[in-house]
Structure formats: structure tokens, C-alpha cells
Design a protein around this ligand. Sequence first.
Ligand SMILES: *Cc1c(COP(=O)(O)O)cnc(C)c1O
Length: 375
Amino acid sequence: MINFNVPPYVETAMDYIAECVKNQKICGDGAYTKKCNQWIEERTGTSKCLLTTSCTHATEMAALLAEIQPGDEVIMPAYTFVSTADAFVLRGATPVFVDIRPDTMNIDETLIEAAITPKTKAIVPVHYAGVSCEMDTIMDIAQRHHLIVIEDAAQGIMSSYKGKALGTIGDYGCFSFHETKNYSMGEGGALLIKDAANIENAEIIREKGTNRSKFFSGQIDKYTWVNYGSSYLPSYMNAAYLYSQLEIADEINEARLGIFDRYMENLKELEQAGKIELPVIPEGCVANGHMFYFKTKDLEERSRLIDFLKERGVHAVFHYIPLHTAPAGLKYGRFHGEDKYTTKESERLLRLPMYYGLTPEQVDYISEQVKEFYR
Ligand SMILES: *Cc1c(COP(=O)(O)O)cnc(C)c1O
């Protein structure tokens, strides 16, 4: 069976983790956490990166930093992972879902403005498959309406929009290092902070509401409880595992892009024959090979194709059930405008195996099975 996902394995991870264990340094902000933060800061150009226990937690931190209150509204797509909405629901806010663009599966930037009310506090663009949303338009809307922008860049590390790293364009950016993402620490994530004025508060929220971070950097001689917060620090060991991959991030990125391009090339003829639709990467966007998907005719055809591939040893999967149709989405959120594409396009989308280590032969085998189905 060719698995849908296999987390990356880099040999140095064993040495780095062993070093943490032997030195009996395993919790909090240690050497490898700092190395990861620095690496992300240098590569993305963000003012500050704080490694977290997940992207979900990075988004929760952003919601706390944005001072989201009960009754506030937050605009986002419904075609996303639950955490995009949940982080704001936990603060008592209402997710307001708007439709997606069928080409990228990202929020349709032309529908955002009509969904703004006096209660709107933030916009949360989700960069699906590591392909950027139309950020110039989104930032312009946010500026004119004084809204905070929190990028769900869970899938977007190493991707860019008009030369800017995803996660650095909005006020806050959230990365995921879950084992299904391009770089992994098992469970983990990062919060990127654009405005240096928000760093101190973010450090306090991440350290259980204390100014411990200032204490460790020698700015104060004892630390205390100064604000609300929680515990969003990953252990050194997880950071060590992640760092082994960041050191070869370009190699991993190129391998993934190679797989993406090979699928595109192999399946081009099916698109030309009008059988399937291939993904689109708009002008100005550089992607990261996070995912390879294409669209079938409809839900029924997709189900048959998934079964067909399974019988031939290929694990293909579908993706999100739109949040506005889920029990919690119905309870806590609302959809603004017409659901023209969210449900319809999500039902047609199928993802093929994609991971660091998938061989060209495997990609060709998988592509051949897809072609066989359409014969
Ligand atoms: C993976 C993912 C998340 C959640 O990431 P965790 O690190 O598992 O919390 C959130 N949003 C999107 C779009 C994701 O793909």
C-alpha cells in the first residue's frame, strides 16, 4: 500500500533528541526551540516567531492577542480545518463563513467586504495547499475597515505571495508542524508576529500569563503573573526533531515540488481530455508542494475512484467537510451569502499521496492507476 502520508525522517533527529535527553534539558524554551524560532525568523523575515504546541494553539494565541470578545465576528472560509474557527469560538466569537474561489479553494476575496458588519473584528485567510490567498486585496479591506488579519498558514511554510513569506503578511501568522505537514515535530506549530509591539504580550500569553520570558533574558530579577495566558510551549525534544528537518528544508521543499510537478505532467492529458481539473497556482504565488489534489466530475465519481485506487494499493483521500454544515458550525457560525462553490467543489476534491520520500516510480504508478480508471 502506498500511504497517503509518511512523516519526514532525518537521521540527525536521533542525535539532537538524544542530546536533549542526555543533558536533561527537555522542557520549555531550550536551545533547539530557539534555533527553530531563529531559523523561521531568518527565512520568513517576521519580527518574531514563537514555537507553539500546535497551529491550533498559535491561532488561539492570536485570538487572545487580537482581544477577540464574545459577540465579535470573524470572517473565514468554511472550507478549512476546525481549528480555524474553533480558536475564535473559544473566545465567544461567531465565525462568519464566506464562499471560496473554485480555482484555489481559498476564500473569495471579492466576497469579504459584503460580510463585514459593525461586529467584525478579524479576517482569517487560509492558504489552502500552501497556495496564497489574494493578500493585497485582503490587506486593503482590513486596513479600510480596521480589521486584524490572522493568516492560517498551517500548510504555508516556504510558500510566498509576491515575494513575501506566507504568515508574515497579516498581523499574525500560524504555522503547523503536525505530522501531516511538510515539516513536523509530531504535534506543534508556530506563531509569527508582524508588529514588534505585540511580542511582549505574546510571550506572556505563551508562558501562562507570566513575564518569565523577560526573567530568562535577564530583564527582570523575578517573574510573576501579569496577564491571562496558558501553556503553549513545546518541549525541547519536539523542537530538536523539527530542527533536523529545518536544516534541510530546501531539500525537502524541492523534493515535494518535484512530486507535484510530476503528477501535473502525468495527469495533464486527463485534464486536456476534460476528465479532471488540476490545481491552479495564481501569478505571484510560489507554493511548497504541500498537497497534490485534483477534482473529479462529482462526489459519486470521486468515491468510485478512491475505491479503485485502494484496490490497487494507493491510499487517496478527500478533505474537509465544510464547517458550516458540521454540527458545531451550525451551532456557532453562520454562512454569509451563497454557498456556490464551498460544498460543490469540496465534494469533487481528491488528494493523492504526497510526502518526502515518495519516489518518482511511485508517482508514476499512482498516476497510471488514475489514468486506468478514466479508461
Ligand atoms: C493542520 C491544520 C491546522 C491545525 O494544525 P495543528 O498543528 O494540528 O493544530 C489548522 N488549519 C489548517 C488549514 C490546517 O491544515
